[in-house]
Each structure stands twice: as C-alpha cells, then as structure tokens.
Ligand binder design. Structure first.
Ligand code: ADP
Length: 647
C-alpha cells in the first residue's frame, strides 16, 4: 500500500501554481541568477541527502558498522526521505526547503544516489555555513535594560536574515513612566521599543524569499496592557508594527481569568519597577481586545499557563512566548523545526483513509525532523544549545479540509471533530512511539531527566478517541525511559508548503472554492493571474455542472448562494460558511492530542458586531485551547500572512 501510494503521488504532476512558487523562491540559483534546480525532484534530492547525512552525526549504531554497511544505511535513509518528499505527502517547513545544502558543492548535492560515497555525505556536512538554518520558529527573551533590549534587536536581525520567524514576550520591560536610575529619567515602555524591533526587521531582507514575521506578547497583568492592545490601532496594514502579530499573554490558568471576567473583578497590574497600585477590570481589557480585533484582527490571546501545564520540562524551563503564528510555545532561545503531512493524499477518491501508510509516514517524518536538528546551523550559540537540549519538533498536518471533501463530511459537524480527534490521537501515538524508539536508538534529549516524562506525564489534555488506552500505556511504560524530543507535534499554518503540496492549508477549512490569484514576481514585480478551482469539487461535479456555475463560483468563492444540490453545499463549506463556535471546537478537537500548539483562525462574518467578537474571546477561555486568533471578514487584515497570496 505504502509503495503504491508513494509512486502514485510521485507521478502526479505539480500544479502550475506550485511550480511557480518553487521557481520564484525555492529552486537553488547561482549568484548570477542561473537556476541550479529545475524540478521538484531536484529540491527533494538535495533536502533528503542533507538530512540523511545527519545519521553520520547522530547515530551511535553506525560506529559499529563497516564502511560499506554505513554507506548502505545512509543511502537507504536518503532514499526513504526522498520518496516521501517527492510524493509531497510530507513536507518540512520552508526554511528547510530553502536552506538545506547551502554552501555545499552542487555536484555532491545532485549526483545519482548509487554514486554517493561516505566521504560525499561528510563533505556535505562539513560545508554547511552560517546560512544553513532550517527552522521556522524562534523565541528570544528581551531583558529590562538598554543593553538587553538592543542585544535582542541584534538577535532579531540575525534570525530574520536566516529566514526564521521570531516571538518575544515584552513583559519584562518596565512600564512607561517608571523610573530609570541611570538617567534619572522616565522609561518609554515596551510598546515604544517594539517599534525599534519592527524597524530593524523591516530593513533585513531574507534573500528576497519572504519578509520577516514577528510575534509580540505582553502579559495581561503588565501595567502597559491597555496601550499594548492599542499598539496596532489605526493600522492600514502597512504602517504600524507591520511585521508584528500581537497577542495578550495569559500566564495564569485561563479559568482564573474567566472567573474574574464573570465576577466583574479587577486584575492587579504589576511589575517589579512599578510602584503605583494599578488595577483594571478584566472586562475593560476584554472589551478593548474585542474592539480592536473587530477592526484589525489584533490582538490575539496566548494561553501561556495552558502551554506550561502540558510542557514536559516545566517548571525546570518555562514557555515565555510563541512563534509568529502561534503553533509553537518556546522557552528562552529555543527554536523549532516543523513539518506537515498531507491528509488528503492519504485518502483515496472514494473517501477511504489509508491508516497503515499514515503510520509509516508519521514515523519517517519524525526521523526526518529529528535529523534536521543535527544539520541545522543557528546564528546564535545560545539557540544551538537550547535546541540541542530539548530537541523539540513540530510535526503536523495539512489537507484536512480537502480530506473531508473527499470523505463527504462537513467541517462543521460532530463527525468531523470526532474524526479529527482520532486522526490526531493516532498521530500522537505513532509520533511519540517513534520519538521513544529514537531515544532508545540514538539517545534521549539531554534534559530528559529534568522532565516530567519519567513520572508518566502525558503532554496533552486528551479527549475521547480510539487510541486513548494505547496512548496512556505508552506514557506509562516506554516513555518513562526513552524520549528523544521534549515535544513532537504542532499544526502550522502551512501557508506556503500547502501550495507546494497542492492541498488545503493546516487544519483550516478552504477559504475559497475557486479564485483568480495574482502572483507577484519578486524579481520583476510583474503580476500574473493564476486560475484555480478546488480539485476535489471539480472531480465530484459533472463537467457541465461545473461549467454552469464556474463564473458565479469565482465571484462568490462559496457554494452557499449558488443553485446547486443542498448536500454538496453542506460538504463543500468554506471558512466563512462556518460558525465561529464550530471553528473553536475544531481547534479544541485537534489540540487535545497535540503537545505543542495549533495555528487556527476563527473566522467571523463581516456583519458580526464587537459584542459578537467579545463573546468569542470569553468563550475561548472555556475551551482546552492554547490561544486565539480572530479574523472578521473584510476587516483590516494585519495578520502576518505567510501564504503565497502575499508575494
Ligand atoms: P511554510 O508553509 O512556509 O513552511 P507556515 O505558513 O507553516 O510556513 O508558517 C510556519 C512558521 O514559519 C510561522 O509560524 C513562522 O514562525 C514562520 N514564518 C512564516 N512566514 C514567515 C516569514 N515571512 N518570515 C519569517 N518566518 C516566517
């Protein structure tokens, strides 16, 4: 089954859209502009080869092998990785695709597998330079001193240059108006400094591939919280803190904030350098958040308390912030590399899901992502150290919405949520089993003994799934002894890689069923139209029917107002056909089996009022989720978009 599946998707041609994106941003080019890579398989060869070479660094088993056995082993790993990437059933995050192999001799990167020698793999490893950065997610701490702040600005610049997205929690900074001993002056506060970070990042380019992306967090009990919530007000998408998503941090139990909200209580705002007793009603804070989110989509919320509750290294280490899109909470100087499995490709046209192949894909993907850690080069030593200590991974999914279309299950249904739990529980089980197996084979993450795993800790909340007994059994037995990675799972937005895979993004419903997209060529700035109709819909509709509705569909994006079979309307829902509560419940369904977080947008219709948005902010506190992002249709979008539409 697995082989057939791989072959089937290896042979499937890439869409024009996918090829265009690859050509614009992913294919290796010489400094002269001449392409070194011309096909998707060239990219896969390079990436699979470099990531397989990690076995020479991280696999103690190889020490006992003869040179011929070693070579066979590494070639086999390369071949497994190549097949998986080539089929586009699994893709790593963009920085891995962009940067793997930078610095290496081209001849070594692309020559036929049978001609590869051990020295060639070693040479590839030795040639990695400071741009060989393969991770998408970073968190940098910002300390309360001018030196600390500008040191962090420098770190932001270095990470942005290498292609990573960065999050910071600015709560350590003393509030606006507090005393500065050195100058006998008054501090200007966290928000003013965020502008410095924004400006620094605006000037640093990522080799024309994408603009930078930042997350700024201020905790709900910081004295400047009201100013922070207004920090992007009046944003026209271009001017104010353009590179930042902003989020209010909830470091305590979310239920405590819910209780304060419901009892109309005040929260005490505090900071060690703030000596005026300051209180504000939690309802006032939420009202302001809802008002601004209604206008611009910012701020979101991040439930840091909830993240630490399921963080295997807490309290030894603490999660202080997330990356820009929220799917990974990190402690100071940690980074994480992501990868996503396309569920739609694991489901055939009759709607039958291939669980056996799914398990194999998960296990190969965990090995792949774990290897990425060892071939990664970070621009800051503290990051290298933090990453090696915890070996955090973010393996997730994409193509969920397209899979549901194939199975004819509406996204906004109990059936879809129960399937989501089963899929994610199955994935958690296999990914964690593989991480423990790798721990046995290659060694645990160095901080394992400081973690909660030896006590039988389960790093997610769980709900009800077919795999609950096996999951409990795993964490109560082998996981107490072996774990290669502090956390393994996350659901990323997959803004770019889902386009390369020709599938729907992350766990999100499709945004539109059909559209014309104008893609900006970064090199020449020309815009070119690309036409698109959802592939599953196109297959399920008779050709003349598709022709009949095509223009209306491009205009509307949804089937909702089109004269067509009611059953199809229920199945082929898009983001704005779905009630906000159904979005929230889907986020919760997935989150219950994910150790890191989930990137999810709660879409609300344009007609929603500020009170409607407020209701979602309060409702979110009641669910086992780790954060909230709301987007009202047609509002001034200030999200740091990562999709190809942005190019
Ligand atoms: P991709 O599909 O390109 O792999 P995603 O859309 O899944 O990326 O985003 C994953 C993470 O990558 C984000 O949460 C963020 O940390 C980082 N990221 C995304 N876009 C950018 C960007 N333009 N610049 C820097 N980092 C980014």
């Amino acid at each position: 089954m697995y082989r057939q599946l791989i072959e089937r998707y290896k042979q499937k041609p890439l869409s024009e859209n996918a090829l265009k994106i690859l050509k614009e941003r992913y294919f290796f080019k010489k400094p002269s502009g001449e392409f070194v890579e011309n096909s998707w398989f060239d990219v896969c060869r390079r990436v699979a080869r470099v990531v397989a070479a990690a076995e020479l660094i991280n696999n103690p088993r190889l020490e006992k092998m003869t040179a011929a056995e070693k070579l066979d082993f590494v070639r086999q790993v390369e071949s497994d990785f190549f097949d998986l990437l080539a089929s586009r059933i699994f893709l790593p995050n963009s920085p891995t695709l962009f940067n793997a192999g930078i610095g290496a001799d081209y001849e070594l990167l692309y020559k036929p597998l049978e001609q590869m020698k051990l020295e060639d793999y070693q040479k590839i490893l030795d040639s990695r330079n400071h741009l060989h950065m393969l991770s998408a997610c970073f968190v940098v701490p910002v300390e309360d001193s001018i030196e600390g702040i500008f040191n962090a600005v420098k770190e932001f610049a270095l990470i942005t240059k290498a292609g990573g997205g960065i999050g910071s929690n600015f709560s350590a900074l003393r509030p606006k108006g507090s005393f500065v001993a050195g100058t006998h002056g008054k501090a200007s506060g966290p928000v003013s400094f965020m502008h410095v970070f924004n400006t620094a990042v605006s000037i640093v380019e990522q080799g024309y591939r994408r603009r930078g992306a930042l997350m700024g967090i201020l905790n709900i009990d910081h004295p400047d919280i009201m100013e922070f919530i207004d920090a992007k007000k009046g944003n026209d998408g271009e001017r104010v803190l353009k590179f930042f998503n902003i989020s209010v941090g909830i470091p305590m139990d979310r239920l405590e904030i819910l209780r304060m909200y419901e009892n109309d209580e005040e929260i005490e705002l505090k900071h060690p350098k703030w000596h005026h007793p300051t209180k504000v009603k939690v309802r006032e804070i939420f009202k302001k958040m809802a008002q601004n989110a209604w206008e611009t989509g910012d701020p979101g919320m991040v439930f840091l308390g909830e993240m630490n509750k399921y963080y295997a290294l807490y309290p030894y280490r603490e999660i202080i912030s997330t990356n820009p899109c929220g799917e990974i909470g990190l402690s100071a100087y940690e980074a994480c590399n992501l990868g996503s499995i396309d569920l739609a490709k694991l489901c055939d046209d009759k709607g039958v899901f291939d669980w056996e192949s799914f398990a194999k894909v998960i296990r190969t993907a965990v090995r792949f992502l774990d290897n990425v850690i060892d071939v990664n080069v970070f621009p800051i030593d503290k990051i290298t150290q933090a990453v090696k200590e915890s070996r955090r991974l973010g393996l997730g999914i994409m193509g969920f919405a397209d899979m549901l279309y194939k199975m004819e299950i509406p996204y906004n249904s109990e059936q879809a949520r129960s399937l989501a739990k089963n899929l994610m529980a199955f994935m958690a089980l296999h990914a964690h089993e593989e991480s423990s197996r790798l721990g046995q084979e290659k060694g645990n993450f160095p901080l394992f003994e400081y973690s909660r795993y030896p006590n039988g800790f389960i790093p997610f909340s769980m709900d009800v799934s077919d795999y609950d007994d096996e999951i409990r059994e795993h964490f109560n037995t082998i996981a107490k002894k072996y774990k290669r990675n502090v956390a393994v799972l996350a659901i990323a937005p997959t803004g770019s890689i889902s386009n390369i895979a020709d599938t729907s993004s992350g766990l999100e419903p499709n945004f539109l069923l059909a559209y014309v997209r104008y893609v900006n060529k970064l090199s020449t700035n020309e815009r070119e139209p690309l036409f698109y109709v959802n592939e599953v819909l196109a297959k399920k509709l008779p050709e003349n029917e598709l022709l009949r509705i095509r223009d209306r569909l491009i205009e509307e994006g949804s089937l909702r107002n089109i004269d067509i079979d009611e059953r199809l309307k229920k199945i082929f829902v898009v983001a704005h056909d779905i009630d906000p509560l159904d979005h929230l419940l889907m986020q919760e369904a997935f989150q219950s089996y994910v150790d890191n977080n989930i990137s999810k947008t709660i879409n609300v219709p344009n007609s929603a009022t500020v009170d409607d948005v407020l209701e979602i902010y309060v409702e979110a506190l009641k669910h086992k989720i780790r954060g909230l992002t709301v987007y009202r249709d047609g509002s001034l979008q200030t999200q740091v978009l990562t999709s190809a539409k942005d190019l």
